[in-house]
Design a binder for this molecule. Structure first.
Ligand code: GDD
Ligand code: MN
Length: 376
């Protein structure tokens, strides 16, 4: 073909132009919002090669179905439908890793974030001076007027904790609206937590001051349709994230919750043992067995509800999971006693041997539960 008439990149169809920006949108029950968001992105990003990846956790309202319909009309739209997993942070990570532009933005589907800021954020990243641009409610010109008193207070408190405890330098680490250079994100990704809501805080805390960050103000608006998924469990996730980052990731949020549930199980064990002995006059060995079974059962229920709430077992899988959990914990108990005995044989300090056994037990139970009971 003659050089002069070969089409330049500007005359190629949209699909052939490499995207400069990947917009990642986590969704859960956002059926009525996604089309509006897509149209607004189209307007806001006119002239910029972009793509959008929706990451939907199998929304009961069929959000993924609406996104698929959009994707059939416009191949800049993609839909990742995840089954058996829940979580805003995990969805964002997966979306960014599945996209391909040199810059990736995360924006909520409910139109509370301001998509008209995206071109400005992209220009800031492309200028080469910054690695991360954060949409901030807490700098001059930004606001969160749609918050009620309670939510405003919780947000302010979490922001203070993040700043003081994790020494995060930015004004709005709780924001869910940001844009980051892909290469920087990919470096951090292996250390990020997939649980919880606070992906930006995790990114900033994990980078430990290594990212060049720019904050730009925006107004956090009201939700268009549907309701917020933020609940009291999100606070727990937040505390877990802070603890994990404080310990330099030595302790994961999941492990912390698992160990917490296990400690609670000790109380359940003693309560059941006491009731079996005193209330039912059972022989000690039987009463002890009752205690162990009660503790394992309550641990399983709490772990399914809390520790693994993003992979919660439902229906028939609960029974199968419970039986496997009994099995895992029984072997864990044997490992616990075995380790305690061998430590005691070398160094007859009862509390040291006991602690070593308990640690062995919890690590075993945790590792094996992740492999067999709540496997992904
Ligand atoms: N895939 C997936 N999985 N998406 C989720 C999940 C989930 O488990 N939970 C929530 N989302 C999606 C929602 O569908 C929405 O698009 C977005 O994540 C934000 O969820 P909301 O439930 O609307 O949260 P919010 O408005 O209360 O809080 C948001 O804004 C705050 C301020 O920027 C979040 O982005 C917060 O992290 C942020 O602090
Ligand atoms: Mn929202």
């Amino acid at each position: 073909m003659n050089e002069a008439i070969r089409p330049g990149p500007e005359s190629l169809p949209q699909a052939a132009v490499a995207p400069q920006l990947s917009v990642v949108v986590p969704t859960f029950n956002e059926r009525d919002n996604v089309t509006t968001l897509y149209r607004r992105l189209e307007t806001a990003l006119a002239g910029i090669p972009w793509e959008v990846v929706f990451v939907d956790d199998n929304s009961p309202d069929g959000t993924w179905d609406v996104v698929r319909a959009l994707a059939r009309q416009d191949n800049r739209v993609r839909c990742i439908r995840r089954i058996g997993r829940r979580g805003l942070s995990g969805a964002c990570i997966e979306g960014i890793l599945a996209s391909s532009a040199p810059c990736a933005a995360v924006i909520d589907a409910d139109l509370q974030h301001d998509e008209t800021q995206l071109p400005k954020m992209l220009a800031l990243l492309q200028g080469g001076e910054f690695d991360l641009v954060v949409g901030s409610r807490y700098i001059e010109g930004g606001s969160a007027d749609s918050f009620n008193k309670q939510r405003a207070g919780a947000s302010a408190l979490a922001t203070e904790v993040a700043k003081r405890v994790l020494r995060v330098k930015i004004a709005d680490p709780m924001s869910g609206f940001f844009m980051i250079r892909r290469d920087r994100f990919e470096q951090l990704a292996p250390q990020l937590s997939t649980q919880g809501f606070k992906i930006l805080l995790d990114v900033v805390a994990t980078a430990r001051g290594e990212l060049r960050v720019k904050e730009i103000p925006y107004n956090f608006g009201s939700r268009l349709h549907g309701e917020s998924k933020l609940d009291s469990m999100v606070a727990l996730d937040f505390l877990g994230l802070v603890l994990a980052k404080l310990t330099h990731d030595a302790v994961s949020l999941r492990f912390l919750l698992f160990a917490m549930v296990g400690s609670l199980g000790v109380f359940v064990h003693f309560a059941a043992l006491f009731i079996a002995l005193r209330g039912f006059d059972l022989p000690f060995a039987v009463a002890q067995g009752c205690g162990a079974f009660s503790a394992m059962t309550s641990n399983f229920i709490l772990n399914n509800f809390l520790t693994y709430r993003d992979q919660r077992l439902k229906g028939f899988a609960i029974l199968r999971g419970l039986l496997l959990f009994y099995l895992v914990c029984s072997v864990g108990l044997a490992a616990n006693v075995g380790v305690a005995f061998s430590v005691y044989a070398q160094e007859p300090i009862w509390w040291l041997a006991g602690a070593a056994g308990a640690l062995m037990g919890v690590v075993w139970n945790y590792a094996m539960s992740g492999l067999f009971v709540w496997r992904k």
